[in-house]
Design a protein around this ligand. Structure first.
Ligand code: SF4
Length: 389
């Protein structure tokens, strides 16, 4: 359902997401709302983004306190410095950022230099997420990913002078990454001055160039069993270096777990700005149009109201989200929390599945708390389906 309705959240969001959708080139595995080049549209997009932020903020009679901000994309490290500086001045005049403890910017290592780092630091960005993905230049090239391994090594030397809370993203399961190269990548990561690491499983999204290459057989993917073994080994390697798993894809040094992502997993309200950005008000989800032209036309309204779809989350969906998001985290699912959410028959059915999943090595159950094993994490969808059938 597309609506033009906008209302203040019942609970004001304390977490903001801002989407900068432009990239130099589109990576072959990417299905994000991201546009190659589009230099001519960027100034206008920036203006609409500012208008959208001001429109939302002025619904409140006071400046809403914000705990975390995440600037994602696209490639926000390409956001021109005068504009991102203006973005932060609008954010500071629209919200109360005095206790905002985590402000993250996603970046491509090829873009990072000391001038940018200095500017980002000066406007309040205190966490940098660096998209490494692989250290194999040939693999990166084949995937149309523009940075090289040398960019990453350079960033690891200069970034900590300005921003000490560094995170890196890696993709597990990329085609043509040898076991030796993966081991080298993890060994390098454990020597970098990072506080956080995200390791995502490669997902093949329909209609991407990677999808067509796999379908044609010109690219072959590693098999699932190999990935499960590698995932398990990597967790152990990272933990030996003090980078400890706290969620399926996320690892951190003590005290550096991502506050922003934790808010998503705990189903706290958040507000997203920009094309394709989603928001959650505690009971429903709003998703901005992912059409760049429609998004830009929002500025023609007296107030900048962005076309968006609105999905009310049913109690059943809320339950499934709670179950999935709890299981994704190391702390697991508290079975007591399900007593209030399931009817007695459903609870019995769920509990009956647990010994079966445990004997398959997918979960552990201790004191009414269900946790995924490493194998269970790698096969999370299967576990959730069996618990929630
Ligand atoms: S840089 Fe990120 S958003 Fe841009 S195309 Fe690559 S994966 Fe997609």
């Amino acid at each position: 359902m597309t609506t033009f309705n906008t209302k203040p959240f019942l609970l004001p969001p304390r977490h903001l997401y801002i989407h900068w959708p432009f990239c130099s080139f589109k990576c072959h595995y990417c299905d994000f709302v991201a546009f190659e080049q589009h230099a001519d549209h960027q100034a206008a997009y920036h203006e609409v983004l500012l208008a959208e932020i001001r429109t939302f903020a002025k619904q409140y009679a006071y400046q809403t306190p914000i705990d975390t901000i995440f600037i994602g994309g696209g490639t926000p490290s390409l956001y021109p410095l005068p504009w991102i500086t203006e973005l932060f001045s609008v954010l500071r005049s629209s919200f109360d950022l005095s206790n905002c403890s985590e402000i993250t910017l996603e970046s491509n290592p090829a873009d990072i230099d000391e001038e940018k780092l200095d500017c980002w630091h000066s406007i309040g960005i205190n966490r940098l997420s660096v998209g490494v993905q692989s250290l194999d230049d040939e693999v990166l090239l084949k995937l149309n990913r523009r940075q090289r391994a040398s960019d990453v090594q350079r960033v690891m030397k200069i970034a900590p002078k300005y921003i000490t809370n560094l995170s890196v993203d890696l993709i597990l399961g990329l085609p043509d990454v040898s076991p030796a190269m993966w081991e080298y990548t993890i060994a390098q990561a454990t020597n970098w001055p990072i506080k956080h690491l995200s390791m995502y499983f490669l997902t093949i999204h329909e209609k991407t160039p990677l999808y067509f290459n796999v379908a044609r057989g010109t690219i072959s993917l590693p098999d699932e069993e190999y990935i499960v073994t590698l995932y398990d080994q990597t967790i152990q390697q990272l933990e030996a270096a003090g980078i400890v798993q706290y969620e399926i894809s996320n690892f951190a040094c003590n005290g550096f777990q991502s506050l922003h992502n934790t808010a998503y997993w705990e189903r706290k309200p958040y507000k997203g700005f920009g094309v394709g950005a989603s928001s959650f008000d505690g009971s429903g989800r709003y998703i901005n149009t992912n059409n760049l032209v429609s998004y830009m036309k929002s500025s023609q309204n007296v107030d900048c109201i962005v076309p968006h779809s609105h999905e009310i989350i049913t109690p059943k969906q809320a339950l499934l989200e709670h179950l999935m998001l709890s299981l994704r985290q190391n702390k697991g699912l508290d079975l007591q929390s399900m007593v209030y959410l399931l009817d007695p028959q459903e609870l019995v059915a769920l509990k009956n599945q647990l010994p079966i999943l445990a004997s398959a090595g997918l979960v552990t159950v201790t004191n009414d708390r269900v946790c995924l094993t490493h194998k269970g994490m790698a096969l999370e969808n299967e576990v959730v389906l069996r618990l929630f059938q």
